[in-house]
Design a protein around this ligand. Structure first.
Ligand code: G6P
Length: 367
């Protein structure tokens, strides 16, 4: 693969634009229309073994951890298995209980993050079953795991991860399908998700076409010293990742919160100086999300919504980034994309070193 910038001003810009093709690569050969299932031979797990897991625990660091949270929600929704994500950097320090009927998933772009690698060792030492969701083939974590799903995102150079994260989220959708179809997920529902996965590259492309508009929004938010990113349930890890990206490259304080928790404390901070980026998908929580947006606006706070067509903001006067709708379980994959562009253009406006932000490394290989 070509490692030069190919006409893009930064690697981050290049990697954002590569996403339609990199998503094509992770799904290629893995969608089985006959049975509405994902074929993940690399997991090295038989259908019987897949059926035997009672829980899923996802481990990763930084953005990989936040995407792990997106993945946990997908697995719970599609496979109805209790699933959660945890920061790998904390895991082995709390003497974790390793269970034989838990499927552990280590998620890492580089496959070299030491905190994640140590979590894998801890799981193996105590007899747990761990698979990887890793980009770099043959990396430390990929080799340490007993099986896995390679992301096939291609080389990622920018410290702020974009295309690898999107492929992680798609990879979790594939794993959720595989786990769901040996349980209660119907053939028809499996096919519904497969069709939606196939449509993702085209939908991502249509989001990227809105880059000039998102760049305008970025100029506005870059002017704030501090901002909130809020979402709930499926939207909450989207907000966390959005805030993370913003912090990493624009050096602005960005705090992620569950929209539902705003009223339990941080609403006190809202004023004209503190804008909020609100994730408001068209789903069963839209009305509740809109009520929270209304509360923010009533306190003088500016809101930028990342939302879907058909969400009625009425008289709230909220600027919007409209993302194409997919199946509800997969919405987080697409809702995350404009937040990459928002962070990128904010950093560009502020004139920072986008590909190599201060104090950060692409992969942290020491504790
Ligand atoms: C570093 C990077 C983050 C990244 C994290 C995990 O802290 O600065 O952007 O999300 O490592 O990296 P990995 O290679 O394990 O996905």
């Amino acid at each position: 693969e070509d490692l030069d910038l190919g006409g893009h001003p930064h690697y981050m810009a290049k990697e954002i634009q590569e996403q339609p093709e990199s998503v094509e690569r992770i799904i290629r050969g893995r969608l089985d229309d006959r049975f509405g299932v994902a074929r993940l031979d690399g997991l090295n797990l038989t259908p019987r073994e897949l059926r035997g897991f009672a829980r899923v625990k996802i481990l990763g660091c930084g953005s990989a951890y936040y995407v792990g949270q997106i993945g946990a929600t997908m697995i719970e929704e599609l496979a109805r298995i209790p699933a959660d994500a945890e920061a790998a950097s904390e895991f082995r320090y709390r003497n974790p209980i390793i269970e034989a009927d838990t499927l552990y998933i280590a998620v890492s772009q580089s496959g070299e993050t030491i905190d994640t690698a140590f979590a894998v060792e801890e799981i193996k030492r105590k007899g747990g079953r761990v698979v990887g969701l890793v980009n770099v083939v043959g990396s430390t974590i990929a080799r340490a795991c007993e099986g896995g799903v390679y992301l096939h995102a291609g080389p990622e150079i920018a410290v702020a991860s974009t295309k690898a994260l999107t492929n992680m989220a798609v990879g979790f959708a594939l794993i959720a399908l595989a786990l769901g179809r040996v349980r209660d997920l119907s053939n028809a529902d499996g096919q519904r998700i497969i069709d939606a996965i196939r449509a993702l590259p085209g939908q991502i492309k249509s989001i990227l076409d809105f880059e000039p508009e998102i760049a305008e929004h970025a100029k506005t938010v870059a002017a704030a010293k501090s901002l909130f990113f809020v979402g709930r349930v499926r939207g909450y890890p989207v907000a966390r990742e959005g805030a993370q990206k913003f912090k990493e490259i624009s050096y602005r304080h960005a705090e992620a919160y569950q929209t539902s928790e705003l009223k339990h404390g941080p609403l006190a901070l809202i004023d004209e100086e503190l804008p909020t980026v609100a994730v408001v998908p068209r789903d069963e929580l839209t009305e509740r999300n809109l009520a929270a947006v209304q509360q923010i606006k009533a306190r003088g706070g500016a809101v930028l919504a990342v939302t879907h067509e058909g969400v009625d903001f009425g008289e709230l006067g909220v600027p919007r980034i409209v993302v194409p709708k997919t199946e509800p379980e997969l919405d987080p994959i697409l809702l995350t994309i404009p937040l990459q562009l928002l962070a990128y253009h904010a950093a560009l406006t502020l004139g920072y070193d986008i590909d190599k932000p201060r104090n950060l490394a692409k992969s942290v290989t020491v504790e």
